[in-house]
Ligand binder design. Sequence first.
Ligand code: AMP
Length: 179
Amino acid sequence: MNKKDLEIIENSIRVIPDFPKPGIMFKDITTLLNNAEAYKTLIEHLVDRYKSYNLDYIAGIDARGFIFGAALASHLGIGFVPIRKKGKLPYTTVSQKYSLEYGYDEVEVHIDAFKKQDNSTANVLLIDDLLATGGTASAASELIKQLKANCVEACFIIELSFLEGAKKLDVPVYSIIKE
Ligand code: AMP
């Protein structure tokens, strides 16, 4: 991405100190979304990057991954799959638990989400707004694997590199902003 476009995106993200708890610098992407130039610049960049990847699906992580993933999927002319927090999906699911600071959380996906008409393996791009410890994204990529699809890459708008989340993922990671 060129410097000008990167600046447009970086400058559109608001940082809220101590949210939702002391010590967390929360990256608020709502100010990217309501900035027409920044949102368009971001989606155009992702379309440009992924148009040659031969993707079949974009899998977005609940909930901010939906906003970027669905727009990208539509531009690429492919399907979008939501990976949701436990208990939200109505049909048969597979699920994966992951550890939090205290306790655990769980994500799930519909069992037939990555089906292809010819039964060949689907190429999937995983997307979320932010990579922190990597727990959420690695659970999501496990789900893609469980359904015998191929997670080609995991894409994030922001990566908090100091938390080393990329090390938890056994797929290539692409992040637009690294901190
Ligand atoms: P993790 O599983 O630790 O990689 O956390 C990633 C998830 O938590 C993503 O869905 C993010 O949206 C959210 N998240 C974690 N840290 C932050 C932060 N500093 N600002 C905004 N969202 C965050």
